[in-house]
Design a protein around this ligand. Sequence first.
Ligand code: G3D
Ligand code: MG
Length: 192
Amino acid sequence: MLFALLANALRAVLALFGLHTEQRTLIIVGLDNAGKSTLLYKLRDGQVRSFVPTQRPVMEEVVVGNVTLKAWDLGGHEAVRTLWTQYELAADAIVFMIDAADRARLKEARSELERTVSLTADAGVPILILANKQDRQAAMRSAELEKLLDLANITCAESPLEGASPRVRLFEASLVSGTGFMEGLTWLVSQK
Ligand code: G3D
Ligand code: MG
């Protein structure tokens, strides 16, 4: 019930995002297991599902109104890196998902984030970092994550003018308990 309500609200946010254009593309990237597929299908039909890892495709696509959502697993897939680079460059907005409870892979996530931020700097694509799985006790909160991800440094070359919104922002979220991602996505789609 809660998921259905949230999914409806999120779809309304996406509808606003695609309101004045024929087509907008939102890319969801991050390491595998961060929660991208969960977000994708939650947006599509308001349900949280389980996924069998061996059936996990490299790229998944869902269309909500005028907005196409594409999810990519980053890391490891060197062979398809050129392809997802093209998608990131063509995106209107990017969600970078992190499993906030997975300290062991934070360094790997950081290097993918750094690559994504620098790749999209010229195009000025807004990036929402979703620090997912905040329902888990081990989850790192935003202050710690921003420090460990070295967010200030990653984005230092593009400090916004005073009062302007930064291009990259981190929000705490839990897809399981339904917190945070609504605020994050609302911020993201209001950037362009
Ligand atoms: P991916 O598409 O980024 O690889 P998935 O990630 O969406 O397949 O999610 C990976 C696992 O994390 C799934 O568990 C999913 O249910 C779980 N997950 C997603 N969001 C949250 C969250 O907010 N909190 C918690 N605790 N778990 C979450 P399984 O067990 O199906 O592998
Ligand atoms: Mg997936």
